[in-house]
Design a protein around this ligand. Structure first.
Ligand SMILES: C[S@@+](CC[C@H](N)C(=O)[O-])C[C@H]1O[C@@H](n2cnc3c(N)ncnc32)[C@H](O)[C@@H]1O
Length: 368
């Protein structure tokens, strides 16, 4: 039977969503795999669905199972635990059948499933991630709606500092409701992000998403928060939000999303024309350049400060290097210690915050 357009849209959006999940896990699992501070990696897929879409595309539990299997084989000294859940028994059974087809799994990978409503699985997971030792947890939260999700839930899950969350929110639906008599659950959600005040009226879905990210950043100042927008056209967009307490994790996520969108890192579009429809296209100065300049105006900046500010703002360090190299070429900045090689700014994790201090390299950038 031919697919309806709405079904095709859903499959294409879902495909992009799981593609981002796949890219992220591909970037992040090797980091954890080589990290001597982590012995166990827990991955949770809390709204797992049935594993395979009716068009044959693989859903999130299969993406997890496949990638974790290969990482568990590559890192036999670490333990990996994958837990998937859905409130519908038939969906979990289906996912289980597809996952079983990927067996055998190595002994250091444990796979569990549950059939529980979100409030119950949340209690279990909260309990599990509150007390992690040499462990890390990654949660994929992909509900149909927004009603189960509250900003406080995400903040609680992040408390121990060892958890990362990838959250899908149906921002399109939320934006539509926001303009038409906001339901209570939604206004509660938005107000808690906006310090108890009513959420600003937004002209476009993109502005709306920007405010949600900003709200999360204020609500969870100890976490890195970013978004990835899956856009269909100027009026239609879906959005994934990413939360981590770990600078390295934030950078890996940025790399994953910039790989999918070489241009602005803000999202993927169905139509090439929207790739050019960038918010900042007509701005005289790129926002990252503005950010770096304003920091330098407030005083000399270390490479660690610029590195962190760049990742927090959602840009790759290669972008910051481009901005700084141009400023250096234009004679607008100088670097100490004198004699530091031109174009060398040491904007990376190993040189700034990495556990191996012998790799640290500190420079200071001054506006001339
Ligand atoms: C968008 S789908 C998940 C798709 C899946 N993550 C993927 O990428 O293939 C959302 C799933 O959440 C489940 N669900 C909805 N409300 C739930 C709740 N309160 N608790 C647990 N599962 C729920 C639905 O049964 C559905 O399978």
């Amino acid at each position: 039977m031919a697919l309806r357009d709405s079904q095709k849209d859903m499959f294409e959006h879902s495909a992009k969503k799981v593609e981002l999940l796949k890219h992220y896990l591909n970037e992040y699992l090797p980091v954890i795999g080589n990290d001597r501070y982590t012995d166990v990696v827990h991955c949770f897929d809390l709204f797992c669905g049935e594993g395979v879409y009716p068009n044959g595309g693989e859903g999130s539990p299969l993406i997890f199972a496949r990638l974790l299997r290969s990482w568990a084989i590559r890192c036999p000294e670490k333990k990996f635990v994958f837990h998937y859940n859905d409130k519908e028994e038939a969906k979990v059974a289906n996912a289980k059948k597809h996952i079983a087809a990927l067996s055998p799994f190595p002994p250091n990978l444990t796979i569990r499933d549950t059939v529980l409503p979100f409030d119950q699985i949340l209690q279990m997971v909260r309990h599990r991630v509150a007390d992690l030792g040499k462990e890390k947890a990654f949660l994929f939260i992909d509900p149909y709606g927004y009603k189960d999700i509250k900003p406080q839930i995400i903040r609680d899950l992040m408390k121990g500092g060892k958890t990362e969350v990838l959250l899908f929110l149906p921002t399109q639906q939320m934006f539509r409701f926001s303009n038409k008599g906001t339901p209570e659950a939604l206004s509660d959600f938005l107000e808690s992000l906006h310090g108890g005040h009513s959420f600003p009226a937004c002209q476009s879905i993109y502005e709306y998403v920007t405010y949600i990210v900003r709200g999360f950043r204020q609500f969870m100042p100890d976490s890195y928060v970013d978004s990835f927008t899956i856009r269909k056209d100027a009026h239609t967009a879906f959005c994934l939000f990413f939360f981590t307490s770990n600078l390295k994790g934030a950078e890996k996520m940025l790399e994953a999303k910039w790989k999918l969108d070489e241009i602005e890192g803000a999202g993927w579009s169905y139509e090439a024309s929207f790739a050019h429809d960038l918010l900042f296209k007509d701005a005289d100065t790129h926002p990252l350049q503005k950010l770096i300049e304003s920091r330098l105006h407030s005083g000399p900046q270390t490479n660690a400060a610029i590195y962190e500010a760049t990742v927090r703002a959602g840009y790759l360090t290669t972008h910051a290097v481009q901005v700084l190299s141009q400023m250096q070429k234009d004679g607008r900045i100088r670097v100490t210690p004198e004699g530091t090689r031109a174009n060398a700014f040491y904007l990376n994790y190993a040189a700034t915050y990495g556990a191996d201090t012998s790799k640290h390299h500190s420079i200071t950038i001054h506006l001339i």
